[in-house]
Design a protein around this ligand. Structure first.
Ligand SMILES: [Zn+2]
Length: 160
């Protein structure tokens, strides 16, 4: 389904929000149009959340390959520890130019790098934009000849 088809089928497209699995499990009573990627529902269907799923109105839509690539690229650049499904959710929020509801701090952080509006669900939203780099635990440099495995270290942490 192309972008135009989606807009035609979803006239109430403005105001849509992308939600993660946690929001779907606990989000009864949330208003508005909610959308997620198919992988999230597949995960939930194999779990214990069947009852809440049936009483919860959430649509699924696959994210675009283009934005998924962009998100994956940024994720590797900042050494984000987000999962592939998380990154698809963010790509979908970029596709739809809408906000993302999640309590996952890693996903919130990655979303901040794209300027995507993030809403917390049961918890507040992170107020720092962080990125990491790999350094040698012995000398602290990114590249050296110490011969030990590099470790992930906080590189930048800025208030948003
Ligand atoms: Zn070193």
């Amino acid at each position: 389904m192309c972008e135009e088809d989606f807009l035609t089928l979803h006239p109430d497209y403005p105001g849509v929000k992308v939600v993660d699995a946690n929001v779907i499990i606990h989000g009864r009573g949330l208003n508005g149009k909610l959308v997620t990627v198919p992988e999230v529902l597949e995960e939930l269907k194999s779990g214990q959340a069947k009852t809440s799923l049936s009483s919860f109105n959430v649509e699924t839509r696959q994210c675009s390959e283009r934005n998924f690539e962009k998100v994956k690229e940024k994720s590797s650049e900042i050494l984000s520890e987000t999962s592939q499904v998380d990154e698809k959710l963010l790509a979908l929020a970029l596709d739809l130019d809408c906000s993302l509801i999640t309590d996952d701090k890693g996903l919130q952080n990655l979303a901040l790098h794209f300027g995507v509006e993030v809403e917390g669900f049961m918890d507040s939203v992170t107020d720092k934009k962080m990125s990491w780099k790999l350094v040698c635990p012995s000398c602290g440099k990114s590249s050296c000849s110490c011969g030990v495995d590099r470790v992930r270290k906080l590189d930048q942490c800025n208030p948003v």
